[in-house]
Design a protein around this ligand. Structure first.
Ligand code: ADP
Ligand code: MG
Length: 702
């Protein structure tokens, strides 16, 4: 049977070496298989011909049928532009070419009938179509889908179009491809039982229908088939990887719950642990006693008390004769962890040190020495922890706080020298929707702290527009008079750091003018770390009453006396980010407030985003909404270096239910066929090799 992965595209009728080379360069499409899986990003109904007078704002690509009535050129040389007036029986519309104007002008004629295809856009009160595709009309020259209206639209590059590889050309290529033996005889990958239970289309039919569906129903079934297959293979790969890792990589065995842990629990801990904190600790103890390496993701909303859990996990390591490290994404946070832990460690007679980029060389050397001779129990720090010359006598546990700032590769560096890797606890306050937990983070076991310490009151959240600023200021004033502290946060958008800096600095001046009797601190990303720390310290210690900041404070700062969080230009923040910021207040016993400052003319999705914030404080709900609104974005990006998902058809934001089905089915499959040795299992295994073998080997990465 011809294997489409092995057939070069140049051998497809009508392609040839030159076009094949171009397609490879421009789209990365080199083989029959590549083209087969180069799916349309959209479908248009080519059975419909629109009328010029019906054109309106929200039309995507449309077809018109009519004649050109006049041609005009503007400019010269490379800047030559062609404007053509096109008419159907209802009206006229302008077509514009900025490229290839001369060639196009030569090819088109007044008087002949054409089909034009393109996206109308409004320009100075009129609609026009830039770079439409034009084809002489004849009843036979319709799209390859003739007889059924839906035609795929492919993402192409300007260079392809210039080289006459247009939508129409790609569509024809695909039609030719679909008629080849290679496409017709495409074997099924999915096991027969799943094809039946999930009602999947045979693969050959599904692939064909992705490009040239008979109707909407067939397209939907094909899309489900391809998404399910893609996600099933992904889950199979993740689950098999997890079980292999479990078998291959051993782990330090922490069998004892020892003296330090118990003393801390009984005598030092200033409060009772919440039920969720206890449960999470139990889950981790089970992992770390099992002889396998722990790879656990601990999710807990802001303020849910992850720090103490991290510390107690470190105590388990120490009680079993190991060292532990806690990594934070910023110096401020590392400092805060250190300050939390020092008094605890002192009462237990343990040693803690801090290692960051600004640790002095002499200190650094001393720390290296104490790590090597084992006298240092717990090391807190930033990226500096994973610098090459940091070596450990017995690193048993690595806690990584707020993991989204740490790349996978960086995590791997922590233990690349260790014969037995340390247990890894990744902590995040960004609630991770189930869909992502099963995919992007699919190889980590998940623990959740789903309970806040008692006595917390939800933060009252309101939106206010800029013209209500005086009222907001009066409110801030009243909170300050009650002895509370206030955050005022400005957005930081990297493309225009200068402007943003200006906004913060102006905001700072404004705040100083408005509240002359209070001390105002300021932090932003452009400051030197030492200055930043100093300003943060002013606020944390209560010497400063107001903190004006860019989003550097987003992660983890703990100032229980702060009761107001004002977020300027709130519409520029993502939901999860707003949630993180809001989590900075409401940490003490008093009622807290979050004020979202916005422009007054907010539109649809922006409005909706801010409404979500005022309506709920549930981090998981907010994360789900965020995923729906924005897609997995950052989260997916985090893992790119290690575990590329490269989903072609499935969309994590929308296909949560299919992810769940696929995960359940993959789990069940592996229960019966753990090594993929059955006939169908071997076929799956082969497919996994083809898909995932190219990517980085992440077997040593948490
Ligand atoms: P996060 O999960 O955001 O890192 P922290 O660990 O900073 O949260 O904890 C937030 C605050 O809650 C801290 O002031 C901490 O002392 C307090 N805290 C943690 N656990 C409890 C508990 N079980 N009971 C009361 N307060 C707690
Ligand atoms: Mg924290």
């Amino acid at each position: 049977m011809p294997n489409p992965r092995k057939i070069d595209l140049q051998y497809l009728k009508g392609v040839g070496p030159k076009r094949a080379e171009l397609l490879r360069k421009e789209l990365g499409v080199a083989t029959f298989h590549d083209l087969m899986t180069y799916y349309p990003f959209r479908y248009i109904d080519r059975s419909t011909i629109h009328h010029v007078t019906d054109i309106n704002d929200d039309m995507p690509y449309i077809q018109l049928r009519g004649r050109f009535v006049s041609f005009g050129t503007n400019g010269e040389g490379a800047k030559l532009r062609l404007n053509a007036l096109f008419a159907d029986e209802t009206g006229t519309i302008e077509m514009v070419w900025f490229n290839r104007a001369r060639q196009v002008a030569r090819q088109l004629h007044t008087g002949r009938e054409y089909i034009v295809f393109g996206k109308p856009t409004e320009y100075r009160g009129h609609y026009n179509i830039v770079h439409p595709e034009v084809e002489e009309y004849s009843p036979q020259s319709q799209a390859p889908s003739q007889g059924h209206g839906l035609v795929g639209v492919y993402s192409l590059t300007e260079r392809l179009i210039t080289a006459h590889v247009t939508q129409r050309v790609i569509q024809r290529m695909i039609a030719t491809l679909m008629d080849t033996e290679a496409a017709r005889s495409l074997p099924n990958i999915m096991p027969a039982s799943l094809m039946a239970s999930r009602r999947l289309l045979p693969r050959a039919q599904a692939v064909r229908a992705m490009h040239m569906p008979r109707d909407v129903a067939e397209l939907q079934q094909a899309q489900f088939t391809m998404k399910y297959e893609e996600l099933f293979l992904l889950e199979l790969n993740i689950l098999r990887y997890m079980s292999n890792r479990g078998r291959k990589v051993g782990g330090h065995i922490f069998s004892r719950v020892g003296e330090h842990f118990n003393t801390f629990y009984r005598e030092v801990l200033p409060y009772d642990l919440t039920g969720a904190q206890k449960r999470v600790l139990r889950e981790m103890r089970a992992d770390m006693g099992s002889g396998r390496q722990m790879n656990r993701l601990l999710q807990g909303d802001v303020g849910s008390g992850k720090t103490v859990v991290a510390f107690m996990t470190a105590l388990l390591a120490v009680d079993n004769g190991y060292q532990a490290c806690v990594m934070a994404p910023t110096e401020i946070l590392a400092n805060q962890h250190l300050e939390t832990m020092i008094p605890w460690a002192e009462r237990l007679g343990l040693s803690v040190a801090l290692l960051t980029g600004s640790t002095r060389q002499s200190e650094r050397t001393a720390i290296h020495g104490r790590l090597m001779d084992g006298t240092l129990n717990i090391l807190v720090g930033t990226h500096a922890l994973i610098e090459d010359n940091v070596q450990w006598a017995r690193l048993g546990l690595a806690v990584i706080d707020e993991q989204h700032r740490f790349g996978v590769a960086q995590r791997a560096k922590l233990w690349e020298k260790a014969a037995v890797p340390p247990h890894v606890l990744v902590m995040t306050a960004t609630p991770i929707p189930r869909t992502l937990a099963m995919t992007v983070y699919g190889d980590l076991d998940v623990s959740v702290i789903d309970e806040l310490p008692p006595g917390r009151k939800p933060v009252t959240t309101v939106t206010r527009t800029d013209d209500q600023r005086e009222r907001v200021n009066r409110f801030i004033g009243s909170q300050l008079r009650e002895g509370h502290q206030v955050y005022i946060v400005y957005p930081l958008i990297e493309e225009n750091e200068k402007l943003d800096l200006l906004a913060v600095e102006k905001g700072y001046e404004m705040v100083c003018d408005t509240f002359p009797s209070y001390r105002v601190a300021m932090v932003h990303g452009r400051m030197k770390p030492a200055e930043k720390d100093h300003q943060m310290e002013l606020f944390a210690s209560g010497k400063a009453h107001i903190l004006v900041a860019t989003t550097v404070i987003e992660v983890g700062v703990n100032v229980p006396n702060a009761s107001v969080m004002v977020i300027e230009n709130a519409e520029r923040f993502g939901l999860s980010q707003l949630h993180q910021l809001r989590g900075r207040v409401g940490r003490g016993a008093d009622r807290s407030y979050c004020v979202l400052m916005t422009r007054h003319d907010l539109k649809g999705s922006t409005r909706h985003r801010l409404d979500v914030m005022t309506q709920t404080t549930d981090g998981f709900l907010i994360a789900e909404e965020d995923l729906k609104l924005r897609g997995p974005g950052d989260l997916e990006g985090t893992m790119q270096s290690g575990m590329a998902l490269n989903l072609k058809v499935a969309k994590l934001a929308q296909d949560g239910q299919i992810v769940q089905l696929a995960r359940d089915d993959a789990e069940r499959w592996l229960n019966n066929d753990p090594n993929l040795t059955s006939t169908e299992g071997r076929r799956l295994d082969h497919e996994l090799q083809l898909i995932f073998n190219k990517t980085h080997d992440w077997s040593q990465i948490s």
